[in-house]
Design a protein around this ligand. Structure first.
Ligand code: NAD
Length: 487
C-alpha cells in the first residue's frame, strides 16, 4: 500500500481547517458521517483491543518486535497510515467521540483530527555524529520497546493518534489506557489503525488498548515488566500516580493559562484572538485561554471588542449564579473551603452555561465573559468551560504577578498581547511556562496558524515540552576507535 503524505497538501488542509474553525464554519459535513461500526467482534482478530493488561502488553511486545524486524521503512509506513486515516475518518470519529464524551464542539472534534498530519514522524530523528583524531562516535535515538499511554477525555482520538505517531516513529509499540469516558472512541480508531497497519506491513497489534480501562488496569500497566515508559496526558491525579509508579514517566499535566493584555495593542484584534483560543472546543484544550488580566485603562475597550466578536457579558450577579453551578464549596482537611469542579458542565456550550445563570442565548455563542476579582474560582480553577473571567489590573507588573499566581506553577502555557518587547521578555521570564504565545490565539502555540509542529501531549510537568518522536527514545552511543576518520 503506497501511502505518502504530501507536506504542502497537509499545510493547505490545516490552513483550511483553521480558517473554518475561526469563521465558525463546520470543517466538513458531520451530518453525513457514517455510523460507527461495532468495536469488538466476538470472533476474529483483536486488532489491538484487549480485555486485560497481561494479554495486551504481551501483544504490544510482539508488535514491537515485528516493527523492529521491519525497520524504519515500516515505521514510516505506519506514520503515513495514521495521518491518512485520521483525515479520512475525521467526520465519523469526531462524531463518535462527540457522542461518547458529550463535551466540546463537533466541528472542533473533527478539526483536531484533520490537524494530526502536523505531528512529526521519522524525519525528526537525526543521529548525532562526530569524527575526530580517535575515530568516530555517533549517538542514535533508539526505542524503549512498549510505551504505555494514558489519555484524557478531552481529546481521546486526537491525543492517541499523536502519541502513536510519536512512539512508532521512534520504533516503539504503544499500549493505551484511555479515559473510561472516551475508551470506545479510542478502541474504534485503534482497530481501524491496526487493520490498515497489518494489511500494509503484516505487523499485528502494534497499537493496543484496554477496552474497559480502570484504575486497576492503570496500576497493572505500571507494574507490567513489559512496559518500559509511560506517557500520561491528564490532570494532577494521574500525573501524581504516574510519578509514583516507579516507571519513567513523561507527564503532560494540567494547566490554567492566563492572558495579559496591555495598552499597546489593538483591543479588537486581541479580543478576536482570545475568543478563538478560549472558544476552541469549548475551552477543553489545556493550552486554551482560561483567564484574562487587562490594564485598567484598556479594559473597557477590550470588553467591547470581545462583545463585538460574539462574546456575551454576564452581569456580576449572573457570574456568581453560574459560579454556584460550576463549583461546589467543600471543606478541606484544614477546615477551609475549596471549590470542587462540577464535571457535568466541563466542555459544555456557552449557551448551556448561560442557561444556568438564567440567560437564554443562541447555541452559536462562542464564549461568556464576566468581570471578577483575581481570587475568583473562575480565575484560579482550571474549569475547561467557555466562561472567561476578566480581571482589571492597575499596572503591567501587577498583571504579571496575578497571572503567575493563577497559573499555579504548572509551567504550562501563558499568553500576552503587547507590542512592547521588554514586557514580553519580562512576562516570559516570570511565567516560565512551556508555551508562551505573543499576539495570537493559544492554538498558534501548537502550530495551528503559527510556526511549529503539533502534539496534543505537552510534557509540562516533566519538562520534555511538546512531545515529538525524540521524546520517546533512548539515546545510545556507538564508538569506533582510531578508524574511519577519512581526512
Ligand atoms: P483526568 O486527570 O481526569 O484524566 C486523565 C486520565 O487519567 C484518564 O485516562 C483517567 O482515567 C486517568 N486518571 C485520572 N486519575 C487517575 C489516577 N489517580 N490514577 C490513574 N489514572 C487516573 O483528566 P481529563 O479530564 O481526562 O483531561 C483534562 C486534564 O488533562 C486537564 O487537567 C488538562 O489540562 C490536562 N491535559 C493536559 C494536556 C497536556 O498536553 N499537558 C493535554 C490535554 C489535557
Amino acid at each position: 500500500m503506497a501511502l505518502q503524505i504530501d507536506e504542502n497538501l497537509v499545510r493547505s488542509i490545516v490552513s483550511e481547517v483553521v480558517r473554518n474553525i475561526r469563521s465558525g464554519a463546520t470543517a466538513s459535513a458531520p451530518a453525513a458521517a457514517p455510523s460507527a461500526p461495532a468495536i469488538v467482534s466476538s470472533s476474529g482478530p483483536a486488532y489491538g483491543v484487549f480485555q486485560d493488561v497481561p494479554t495486551a502488553a504481551a501483544a504490544a511486545q510482539k508488535g514491537y518486535e515485528q516493527l523492529r524486524a521491519k525497520g524504519v521503512a515500516a515505521r514510516k509506513q505506519v506514520v503515513d497510515i495514521i495521518k491518512k486515516l485520521a483525515i479520512a475518518n475525521a467526520d465519523a470519529w469526531g462524531k463518535f467521540e462527540f457522542e461518547e464524551t458529550k463535551i466540546g464542539r463537533l466541528e472542533h472534534k473533527i478539526g483536531k483530527l484533520h490537524l494530526v498530519p502536523l505531528v512529526p514522524g521519522v524525519e525528526w530523528l537525526r543521529p548525532y555524529a562526530l569524527s575526530g583524531d580517535h575515530g568516530l562516535m555517533h549517538e542514535e535515538y533508539t526505542p524503549f520497546g512498549v510505551v504505555a499511554a494514558i489519555l484524557p477525555v478531552t481529546h481521546s482520538v486526537p491525543t492517541l493518534s499523536g502519541n502513536i505517531i510519536n512512539a512508532v516513529a521512534a520504533g516503539n509499540s504503544i499500549l493505551f489506557n484511555p479515559h473510561p469516558g472516551g475508551a470506545r472512541s479510542a478502541a474504534l480508531a485503534i482497530r481501524a489503525y491496526n487493520q490498515a497497519v497489518q494489511a500494509a506491513t503484516g505487523i499485528e497489534n502494534l497499537i493496543c488498548t484496554i477496552e474497559k480501562p480502570t484504575l486497576e488496569s492503570f496500576d497493572a500497566i505500571c507494574k507490567s515488566p513489559l512496559v518500559n515508559l509511560l506517557v500520561v496526558t491528564g490532570g494532577p491525579g494521574v500525573v501524581n500516580a504516574a510519578m509514583k509508579s516507579g516507571k519513567r514517566a513523561i507527564c503532560a499535566g494540567p494547566g490554567n493559562p492566563p492572558v495579559l493584555v496591555d495598552d499597546t495593542v489593538c483591543p479588537e484584534k486581541a479580543a478576536k484572538d482570545i475568543i478563538h483560543g478560549c472558544g476552541f472546543d469549548n475551552n477543553l484544550l489545556c493550552i486554551g485561554e482560561k483567564q484574562v488580566f487587562v490594564l485598567d485603562k484598556v479594559a473597557n475597550a477590550l470588553i467591547r471588542g470581545l462583545e463585538k466578536a460574539g462574546a456575551v457579558r454576564l452581569l456580576p450577579a449572573q457570574v456568581e449564579k453560574l459560579a454556584r453551578e460550576v463549583f461546589t464549596m467543600k471543606p478541606d482537611a484544614g477546615g477551609c473551603s475549596h471549590p470542587v469542579l462540577n464535571r457535568e458542565l466541563v466542555g459544555k456550550n456557552a449557551n448551556v452555561l448561560a442557561a444556568r445563570a438564567g440567560l437564554n442565548l443562541p447555541e452559536a455563542t462562542p464564549i461568556l465573559i464576566g468581570e471578577t476579582d483575581a481570587d475568583h474560582p473562575f480565575v484560579m480553577e482550571e474549569q475547561m468551560m467557555p466562561i472567561l473571567p476578566i480581571v482589571r489590573v492597575k499596572s503591567f507588573e501587577e498583571g504579571v504577578a496575578l497571572a503567575k499566581k493563577s497559573e499555579h506553577g504548572y509551567k504550562h502555557s501563558s499568553i500576552i498581547h503587547s507590542l512592547n518587547v521588554d514586557r514580553m521578555t519580562e512576562m516570559g521570564r516570570a511565567m516560565d511556562t512551556t508555551l508562551f504565545v505573543k499576539n495570537g490565539p493559544s492554538t498558534t502555540g501548537l502550530g495551528l496558524d503559527g510556526e511549529g509542529y503539533l502534539s496534543y501531549s505537552i510534557a509540562t510537568t516533566t519538562g520534555e515540552g511538546i512531545t515529538n518522536p525524540q521524546t520517546f527514545t533512548r539515546t545510545r552511543r556507538c564508538v569506533l576507535v582510531d578508524a574511519l576518520k577519512i581526512y
